[in-house]
Ligand binder design. Structure first.
Ligand code: C2E
Ligand code: MG
Length: 575
């Protein structure tokens, strides 16, 4: 069984590609005299072909003594045929491949064969030439043909290695992982993949420059080589992602010990120019005990575990275990069902009124998507929207909500004949993907809703994830004539400068601030500052998540004119 990758062996490991199972250990004597000279000039068609063949043809004893050789040997290795025959195996074969070459030759029995066996032979000028061999054992000798693949090996090496660190790349890693898993069939110990991602590497790259970033990656690769076993494969997938393949482990605990060693090794500062940089990393570990395991799955499990480690603050390791496996399966399940939610009419829009706090009625609604899968429980937006955001499904879902909300608002406006605003949420993905202004323009056109009756809410976090892009999208939306709101203001590390940078009309104070008004002086001070900011910059202000009379009183006292919350009116799907 020879995979395409195996057919272009790694020159550094000198991979023995197909050893062929030894069939009988009996050692047959060689039938040809050791000192046999070059064949007489061709006298038969077979001899003529032997003379002309470009590949290297030979007979070999199980002990490695060359016998018949065609003239191509002279052209490829520089030695005369006599000189070749006079050399013992250890002088001709590269030391790294000597052992394997010997065991290949010794694994003989009548009709035993091998193919795609690679080793290096010494040229007369001292350089090493890669040969790719096939052979069959017949009447006491190996009959072999070999091809000089030195040039191919250079290309293969480039195709299988990362040019910066010279580590194996993803293709070679995955090939080795597949081979390691295949060995589990023969009762070998567990195999692990460790996904290593450097924390804050982007910041280092951005501050010290790309050349320094590259140098750091080379040093990291070297550090990993130093702390890991020679038999482990260390690969770089790209960027700051490294993956380690470790075989013959005792079990999960040994894989975790390897991960700890990696974390520890990277903590030791790296000297970069005049600076000492200490690196932290997140490591995800996935261990395969089962021969049926699949290398691609093993890698994505290690990746998921790494993300979990990073999500928990980084500089940590995480093992992909049963509970993580269940979470991933649930996620995939939701993702899969969400794909069908729109065509199956499982999505609805609920509307939550935004009310004046002086009791003078409603100023508008916020449209909030709801998902009721057929025959299953309702799935909360907080559960499915992040997945939809990752998988881009959010763009289709958002467009559908926008069209429905515009149509609903147009109908209510016709009925009530007052000035009211419909607010629709836009995620970071929706803002970045395609032409958001055109999607909004089209929803307005179809529904007949005037742009001034639509407000688009984008959370502070979404804006901060790519400020330049948000600014560009906001400017495009302003040209359509809609209002823009900064949502969940005060939820995170609020950038008070945002209202000055972006063309917004409204800010919505986050629920967490309103929640803390009665017991957290700091939150009260922040909320109060935001009310002043809105007043001074003539921005509309909405307080979110008012749940109790006490909160309502405090919000009013702060001078916030408009509120939204379960106390005032919950979101409702129109009948
Ligand atoms: P958001 O924009 O901050 O929306 C307000 C959320 O607060 C809604 O949650 C609403 O049901 C909830 N809420 C309202 N009043 C109260 C209250 O008094 N107490 C509490 N505890 N919660 C209250 P929901 O509907 O679960 O939506 C969660 C988030 O999902 C929204 O937060 C918004 O960011 C996002 N979202 C909802 N619908 C859409 C949509 O159609 N498109 C996009 N892109 N995002 C949406
Ligand atoms: Mg909102």
């Amino acid at each position: 069984m020879v995979s395409p990758i195996e057919a272009t062996p790694d020159p550094h490991s000198g991979t023995l590609i197909d050893r062929g199972e030894p069939q009988s250990p009996a050692l047959e004597p060689w039938g040809l005299e050791a000192g046999a000279t070059r064949p007489e000039p061709a006298s038969s068609p077979v001899e003529l072909l032997f003379e002309l063949a470009g590949d290297l043809l030979a007979t070999l004893t199980p002990s490695g003594q060359l016998g018949l050789l065609n003239p191509a040997w002279e052209q490829h290795l520089g030695w005369s045929l006599e000189q070749l025959r006079a050399q013992p195996l250890e002088q001709l074969v590269h030391p790294d491949e000597l052992e394997r070459t010997r065991s290949q030759l010794e694994a003989h029995s009548e009709n035993a064969s091998f193919k795609d066996f690679a080793n290096r032979l010494r040229h007369k000028d001292g350089s090493w030439h890669w040969l790719l061999w096939s052979g069959r054992f017949h009447e006491g000798v190996w009959h072999t043909t070999a091809r000089d693949i030195t040039d191919n090996m250079q290309l293969a090496r480039q195709a299988l290695h990362d040019p910066l660190t010279r580590l194996p790349n993803r293709v070679l890693l995955m090939d080795r992982a597949r081979q390691a898993l295949a060995r589990l069939h023969r009762g070998r110990s567990p195999v692990a993949l460790l996904f290593v991602d450097l924390d804050r590497f982007k910041a280092i790259n951005d501050t010290l420059g790309h050349a320094a970033g590259d140098e750091l990656l080379i040093l990291v690769a070297q550090r990993l080589r130093d702390v890991l076993r020679d038999s482990d494969t260390i690969a770089r997938l790209g960027g700051d992602e490294f993956v380690i393949l470790a075989e013959d482990l005792e079990g999960d605990s040994e894989a975790i010990a390897v991960a700890e060693r990696v974390l520890h090794a990277l903590e030791e500062p790296f000297r970069l120019g005049a600076a000492d940089i200490s690196m932290r990393a997140s490591v995800g570990v996935s261990v395969a005990h089962d021969p049926a395991a699949n290398a691609d799955d093993l890698l994505s499990e290690a990746d998921v575990a790494m993300y979990r480690a990073k999500g928990a603050g980084g500089h940590d390791l995480e093992l992909f275990d049963e509970s993580l496996r269940r979470q991933v399966a649930d996620r995939l399940d939701i993702d899969d069902r969400l794909r069908h939610a729109l065509p199956r009419n499982e999505l609805l829009v609920a509307y939550q009124p935004q009310l004046r706090l002086d009791g003078r009625g409603r100023v508008g609604w916020e449209a909030l998507v709801r998902w009721h899968p057929h025959g299953a429980l309702q799935v909360e937006p907080s559960e499915f929207l992040p997945l939809a955001e990752e998988s881009r499904l959010i763009v289709g879902v958002g467009e559908w909500v926008l069209q429905n909300a515009c149509a609903q608002a147009a109908a209510w406006l016709r009925r009530e004949r007052v000035r009211l605003t419909m607010s629709v949420n836009l995620s970071a993905r929706e803002l970045a993907e395609g032409d958001v202004a055109e999607r909004v323009r089209s929803a307005l056109r179809t529904s007949g809703l005037p742009p001034s009756a639509l407000c688009l809410e984008v959370s502070e976090a979404a804006v901060l994830s790519d400020l330049d892009r948000a600014k560009e999208a906001f400017e495009g939306l302003k040209r359509v004539g809609v209002h823009l709101a900064l949502d969940n203001f005060g939820a995170g590390s609020t950038a008070l400068s945002l209202p000055g940078i972006l063309p917004i009309d409204m800010i919505k104070l986050d629920r967490s601030l309103i929640n803390g008004l009665d017991h957290d002086r700091h939150k009260r001070a922040v909320a109060s500052a935001m009310v002043s900011l809105a007043r001074d910059t003539r921005l509309r202000l909405v307080a979110m998540g008012i749940e109790s009379e006490r909160q309502l009183k405090l919000v009013r006292k702060l001078g916030c004119p408009v509120g939204q919350g379960f106390l005032l009116a919950p979101p409702q799907v129109p009948a």
